[in-house]
Design a protein around this ligand. Structure first.
Ligand code: AMP
Ligand code: ZN
Length: 135
């Protein structure tokens, strides 16, 4: 897509620190990493987000993320790993080309990727379930 920076990076038009590439995906190091090794799985085709990406491409991105995660566990010796995928500004998406974050985690790395839990009542949970399911 014209003007999309991740399209240009995925195609190789803009150089990146690539750690994996195949016909459909490129995995690059994030320029503003949360931790050492933070990478982004980019499909080479343009999809804005989870709602646009076809299921088989999503499955492919997950498989590539798994491969890269296994490599990082071995080579970086991370203690854990988050897969994160943001959709929409409200969820923190800043680049509107689908990407899967692969974030190696280290004990005491000082990052805050997990959420703050809330405490709905059992009745509120039932109401939320019903709202989701009402179609
Ligand atoms: P998100 O907030 O989920 O849309 O994530 C966008 C990510 O892309 C952020 O972690 C940025 O640091 C990263 N980013 C933005 N531009 C570039 C770039 N040119 N090369 C590598 N990473 C980038
Ligand atoms: Zn794009």
């Amino acid at each position: 897509m014209d003007g999309c920076i991740f399209c240009k990076i995925a195609s190789g038009e803009i150089p990146s620190n690539t750690i994996y590439e195949d016909d459909d995906f490129r995995v690059i190091l994030d320029l503003g990493p949360a931790t050492k090794g933070h990478a982004l799985v980019l499909p080479k085709a343009h999809y804005a987000d989870l709602f646009e990406i076809p299921e088989e491409t999503l499955a492919g991105a997950a498989a590539v993320g798994k491969k890269v995660a296994a490599t990082m566990k071995k080579t970086l010796g991370c203690d854990g790993l988050n897969l994160v995928q943001n959709n929409g500004e409200a969820a923190g998406q800043t680049v509107m080309h689908f990407h899967l974050h692969v974030i190696p985690r280290y004990k005491n790395d000082g990052q805050h990727i997990l959420w703050k839990p809330t405490s709905p009542t059992p009745e509120e949970l039932v109401a939320i379930r019903d709202e989701i399911l009402k179609g």
